[in-house]
Write a protein that binds this ligand. Structure first.
Ligand code: GRF
Length: 203
């Protein structure tokens, strides 16, 4: 049984999709050991409590990055977490945090990386005028929105789109992509050469 941790700061729809995949067995042999928010009012924390999961608020306000990260990492280690999933966690991890979980931290980003890293990726895609965008689940390394890519899903940009409509269609794909990526990683069905991840088969 693998222990997952979810780190979030907001509404937590990706977390909820992951929780459904765990309870339905789509992500097998795993449990959500802890849900951590740096924001006391995050909707995702409410959801975690409603689902009867271990929900922790570790406020980041007024703390240095590494000081906060140390509290979070202690909470993760106490629960023997195998894989950390960032799901709308609006904080950069310190290099020290990343080094504590090599190839064991995932993030989801609402664009086809390396296009449009950083904030408001959907707005950036619309403003740039791309015809196709999507989402990316990747390993977290020491650079923002940068580590090896595990799963990407494409979403067409429609002429009628505004940021909200586009973000909603990307979000549907995020919910599918994240569980897929977690399955690949937990089952070890991958190899990485350089930054290129390829899937391997297990029998
Ligand atoms: C998603 O768009 C995700 O890609 C980005 O933050 C948003 C979080 O949404 N990193 P939610 O809290 O999972 O609903």
């Amino acid at each position: 049984m693998k222990n997952l941790a979810i780190l979030l700061s907001g509404r937590g729809s990706n977390f909820e999709a992951i929780a459904k995949s765990v309870s339905s067995g789509r992500i097998p042999d795993a449990r959500i050991a802890v849900v951590i928010s740096n924001k006391p009012k995050a909707g995702g924390i409410e959801t975690a409590r409603r689902l009867g999961l271990n929900a922790l608020v570790i406020p980041s306000k007024g703390k240095g990055r590494e000081e906060h990260d140390r509290e979070v990492v202690t909470a993760l280690q106490t629960r023997e977490v195998d894989l950390v999933c960032l799901a709308g966690y609006m904080r950069l991890l310190s290099p020290w945090f990343v080094s504590q979980f090599p190839h064991r931290i995932l993030n989801i980003h609402p664009s086809l990386l390396p296009a449009f890293p950083g904030l408001e990726a959907q707005e950036q895609a619309l403003a740039y005028g791309v015809k196709v965008t999507g989402c990316t689940v990747h390993f977290v390394d020491k650079e923002l929105d940068h580590g090896p890519i595990i799963v990407q899903k494409t979403v067409p940009v429609l002429d009628s789109d505004n940021e909200r409509a586009l973000a909603a269609r990307i979000l549907e794909q995020e919910h599918i992509a994240y569980s897929e990526a977690i399955g690949i990683v937990l089952e070890g069905r991958y190899e990485i050469a350089g930054r290129r991840l390829t899937q391997t088969r297990t029998t």
